[in-house]
Write a protein that binds this ligand. Structure first.
Ligand SMILES: Cc1cc2nc3c(=O)[nH]c(=O)nc-3n(C[C@H](O)[C@H](O)[C@H](O)COP(=O)(O)OP(=O)(O)OC[C@H]3O[C@@H](n4cnc5c(N)ncnc54)[C@H](O)[C@@H]3O)c2cc1C
Length: 512
């Protein structure tokens, strides 16, 4: 028995996590509403580091150009030690490689990132419903009925709590948020203008009157994000004149035209469950940690990206257990992020320079879902990749101006690459359902065959980055991770993975 719902998915919270999910679901043709209790989009600079993996997600969504236009590279840190300023490189600058097109973190204020996603939603035909809170909800076997602050009730198949660290949905669902909050450790965060302070450094005063103070220039503006770590017994005075006075005393510089302030407490918490029935948590609603390492926004965007295609597939008829893989894949990642950001933050507390260094882990390119429910350890691997790993980019050419593999992956579809004659011949025997996300398949060839289903790998880069040593099929998920590597028994192996992630085959199923 089925029930008619008003919409497929109700998303609560138009921060980066909820907005990314809304965009991904809309491009899958789903009926979505996005509500936010705030009267307008968030105004502060909060999360200002867009990690390489998130840049890849933004490229897939078609908004990376806007992020590059509004952001900028991380400047060197500048340590003010008495009268001298010592430059220090926090982020190793990595070279662009064919496999990693965006290797470096991008500095961009969160209100700009939110605005970029919100403009995308407008282009996709969605109006964010601001000034609209989720008040309560109930669910049964068929879906969720939510009550909004307007008094309206909305029925949906799924409800998404993207409602931030103090999530109403998490609390109403009775999901435990396990961890700790240190109320004695507070940092004042201020967006404002500072006279005569150079904009080519992330300024740090590591020990000024016993406090740590930082001022990071925000690209394409005259503002800095200022951070003042408060002493345990100090009251957090948010009066602007008092903040400016305090900043002048601590640094000697004049802070003015303050547009946003906040007091940040390092919460380190992770939910026990990412899902209860038809209710899912993403982003800060599911995990919060210190800002050290610039991971929060990025982890939320990637939660959304992991969940989006799974919701699309299950709504189209794929097995419900595909949705359980969301928690199985994302919770261990969040647990590692919590550990890493706490480690960096406690190092900052001890004024360790090493805790200002950012490396591969923070870039989030090494995240893998290997050994999870969709990528069993006994599946074949290539010389460089296992199922569950990030699908790297590579140079290759194809029809419609394709120059890189990421051109081919861009969009809500699955991609199947066939390396070698036997794998290419097998393509014609494989079937894929007509409902749910499309599958696009390509034979990877070294010559110049003029076939729109061929990718030309004349330099051998694609095969080498993918570590191909024999005839191989590589299935790539819509979120850019390897779904399966098949080297033999093409039909059975392909059907085994397909039946976990697609609706059942019907008589209208077609050859790939
Ligand atoms: C000082 C500071 C610095 C940070 N720096 C970084 C950084 O450098 N890099 C990084 O990656 N992360 C950083 N973070 C974390 C980052 O800001 C968050 O992880 C990110 O905003 C989470 O996005 P989200 O969409 O999950 O939640 P949020 O951005 O919190 O959005 C939640 C939304 O839900 C809405 N909402 C809440 N309850 C309801 C309700 N009942 N009904 C309707 N709407 C509701 C809210 O109005 C809000 O718009 C920082 C955070 C802080 C505080």
């Amino acid at each position: 028995m089925t029930k008619q719902h008003d919409i497929d998915v109700l998303i609560v919270g138009a921060g980066p996590s909820g907005s990314t999910l809304a965009a991904d679901l809309l491009r899958r043709g789903l009926r979505v509403r996005l509500v936010d209790k705030a009267p307008h989009a968030f105004k502060g600079s909060r999360a200002k580091g867009l990690q390489p993996r998130t840049q890849e997600v933004f490229e897939d969504l078609g908004v990376l150009g806007e992020a590059f236009a509004e952001g900028g590279p991380y400047p060197l840190a500048g340590f003010h030690l008495g009268p001298i300023t010592i430059p220090w490189r926090m982020q190793k600058q990595s070279k662009v490689m064919p496999a990693v097109p965006y290797p470096n973190i991008l500095l961009i204020a969160q209100h700009r990132t939110d605005a970029i996603l919100h403009r995308l939603l407008v282009r996709l035909g969605l109006r964010i419903e601001f000034d609209t809170a989720l008040v309560s909800f109930e669910q049964d076997a068929y879906g969720v009925t939510a009550t909004l602050s307007s008094g309206e009730t909305v029925t949906s198949r799924y409800l998404i709590g993207a409602d931030g660290g103090s999530s109403t949905i998490r609390k109403a669902a009775g999901i435990r948020f396990v961890g700790e909050t240190d109320n004695s450790d507070r940092t004042l965060i201020i967006d404002g203008t500072i006279d005569e302070l150079s904009r080519n450094r992330w300024h740090m005063w590591p020990r000024t009157y016993g406090k740590s103070v930082g001022a990071c220039p925000l690209p394409n503006s005259n503002q800095f994000q200022v951070m003042i770590r408060l002493n345990a017994d100090e009251s957090s005075d948010l009066d602007e004149a008092a903040m400016a006075d305090q900043f002048k005393t601590l640094t000697g510089y004049h802070l003015h035209d303050i547009t946003w302030t906040s007091v940040f407490r390092p919460n380190v918490r992770l939910v026990e469950n990412y899902r209860v029935g038809g209710v899912f948590l993403i982003g800060d609603a599911a995990h919060v940690h210190t800002p050290a390492g610039a991971q929060g926004l990025n982890t939320g965007v990637q939660d959304a990206y992991n969940l989006g295609w799974k919701l699309g597939q299950v709504i189209a008829g794929a097995p419900d257990c595909l949705l359980d893989s969301y928690q199985a894949e994302r919770q261990p990642i969040a647990a590692r992020v919590l550990g890493k950001s706490s480690e960096l933050y406690s190092g900052l507390d001890k004024h360790r320079l090493s805790s200002l260094k950012r490396g591969d882990e923070e870039r989030q390119l090494l995240i893998s879902y290997y050994a999870g429910p969709l990528a069993h350890i006994d599946t074949p691997a290539t010389k460089t990749l296992k199922a569950g790993d990030r699908a790297p980019d590579a140079t290759c050419t194809g029809s419609d101006g394709v120059q890189r593999l990421f051109d081919v992956l861009q969009g809500p579809h699955f991609t199947l690459l066939a390396f070698g004659t036997n794998a290419s011949l097998a393509l014609s025997e494989l079937t894929w359902p007509t409902s749910g996300a499309q599958l696009r398949s390509y034979s990877v060839v070294t010559g110049n065959q003029a076939d729109e289903n061929c990718l030309h790998d004349t330099t051998g880069k694609l095969a080498s980055i993918y570590g191909i040593s024999c005839d191989t099929l590589v299935l790539i998920r819509p979120d850019g991770y390897i779904g399966s590597i098949i080297t033999t028994d093409w039909l059975t192996a392909f059907d085994n993975i397909a039946k976990m992630i697609t609706p059942p085959l019907t008589s209208t199923a077609h050859m790939v």
